[in-house]
Design a protein around this ligand. Structure first.
Ligand code: GDP
Ligand code: MG
Length: 192
């Protein structure tokens, strides 16, 4: 498996526009340290402890959801070089977004709202699937954001919500199945 190999940002962005089998581009957003790379590595099937910290990574995987296969390109490049250019690209390129905060970090929760607003501004007329993710649900004693706050925020921002623990692999599968279902739903409603 070579999914832990870093790509240069331009090759990452130009790939994945497959015309036959549809490839869905899913972009991870969120503050540093909330667990984006941990979630991405689980999705990519990369062993824990494998160190791909330095740069951005892209994970290419097919998943079967509701008896139907879907190809997902998952981009963990939001923090790659902290360039405005790349972040603008991120806001434009996704078919769907996963906005992650840590339930142990209120500031990251507030940042998630900001990102949601930024995304809405960048993609005004589009109805893009977004899942708000409260990660690190295993850290019960240092929790700063309640489940209720998370789900209320998702209602306000018109997106789905899930709490995960990358450490325990809790709800991670549900998260990625959820994003595939969301993409299909919006696609179907567009085709009518
Ligand atoms: P990123 O900066 O958003 O990519 O975050 P990372 O995936 O690099 O994670 C930052 C730190 O949080 C690392 O030390 C991870 O091991 C830790 N971490 C990530 N997810 C979880 C989780 O669900 N629970 C706990 N306890 N720690 C986590
Ligand atoms: Mg990271």
């Amino acid at each position: 498996r070579d999914s832990c190999v870093s790509d240069s940002s331009d090759s990452v962005i130009s790939s994945g526009s497959d015309s036959e089998g549809q490839v869905y581009k899913v972009v991870l957003l969120g503050e540093h340290g909330v667990g984006k790379s941990s979630l991405a590595r689980i999705f990519g099937g990369v062993e824990d402890g494998h160190d791909c910290e330095e740069a951005g990574n892209t994970y290419d995987r097919s998943v079967v959801v509701d008896d139907e296969e879907a190809s997902i390109l998952l981009y963990d490049i939001w923090e790659q070089d902290n360039s405005q250019w790349l972040q603008d690209q991120c806001m434009r390129m996704g078919d769907a977004y996963i906005i992650v905060y840590s339930v142990t970090d209120k500031a990251s929760f507030e940042k998630a709202s900001e990102l949601r607003i930024q995304l809405r501004r960048a993609r005004q007329s589009e109805n893009i699937p977004i899942i708000l993710v409260g990660n690190k649900s295993d850290l019960v004693r240092s929790r700063e954001v309640s489940v209720d706050e998370g789900s209320a925020c998702a209602v306000v921002f018109d997106c789905k919500f899930i709490e995960t623990s990358a450490s325990l692999h809790h709800n991670v599968r549900d998260l990625f199945e959820g994003i595939v279902r969301q993409i299909r739903l919006r696609k179907d409603s567009k085709e009518e």
